[in-house]
Design a protein around this ligand. Structure first.
Ligand SMILES: [Zn+2]
Length: 169
């Protein structure tokens, strides 16, 4: 489990919808949470079991240490409220297996980038900048960490917005 092969993919639900595991000859990985999300959706795709039987799709549960690292990072970037438990599981698996994650979800991609997990997106442009969520006060303009919800200066409810941490283009 320690060697990394970034040509093998960890798939989130959007990758299944796009048919990635059916087009790829590479071994693919996912978690139970994602598998349960996708297995009943497109009947026409359905040979998911056949992929598993052939060893081309492996359903693996991430370890607790990987999950905790993802959860801590998502809190830092302010994405934790946007991540489902399936999102967290797939990030943890990609981190643990050191493989490329395929996902179209912006929050998933953002957290993956912070964790230095290589990400491929399907339909959307790649993540070209790192963003983090901040809270800000519309009344007085003060910004806070994303976990804070009320302005300490004027008591207004805070809004959330992205703050770009770094960007290439
Ligand atoms: Zn304020």
């Amino acid at each position: 489990m320690s060697s990394s092969d970034f040509s093998e993919f960890v798939l989130d639900a959007s990758a299944f919808y796009a048919g990635i595991p059916f087009q790829s000859s590479k071994k693919c990985f996912t978690t139970n949470a994602v598998y349960n999300e996708v297995k009943h959706i497109r009947r026409s795709y359905s040979p998911l079991e056949a992929l598993i039987d052939a060893g081309n799709l492996m359903v693996i549960e991430p370890e607790k240490t990987s999950l905790n690292k993802v959860i801590a990072t998502a809190k830092e970037t302010g994405d934790s409220r946007k991540l489902s438990s399936a999102d967290i599981s797939i990030l943890a698996l990609a981190l643990q297996l050191r493989k490329t994650l395929i996902s179209d979800d912006y929050a998933v991609g953002n957290v993956a980038t912070f964790l230095k997990i290589p990400v491929k997106t399907l339909a959307f442009k790649g993540i070209s900048e790192l963003r983090t969520w901040v809270s800000f006060c519309k009344a007085c303009g003060q910004t806070y960490e994303s976990c804070i919800s009320v302005c300490r200066i004027c008591g207004s409810r805070l809004r959330q917005r992205f703050k770009v941490v770094s960007g290439k283009a």
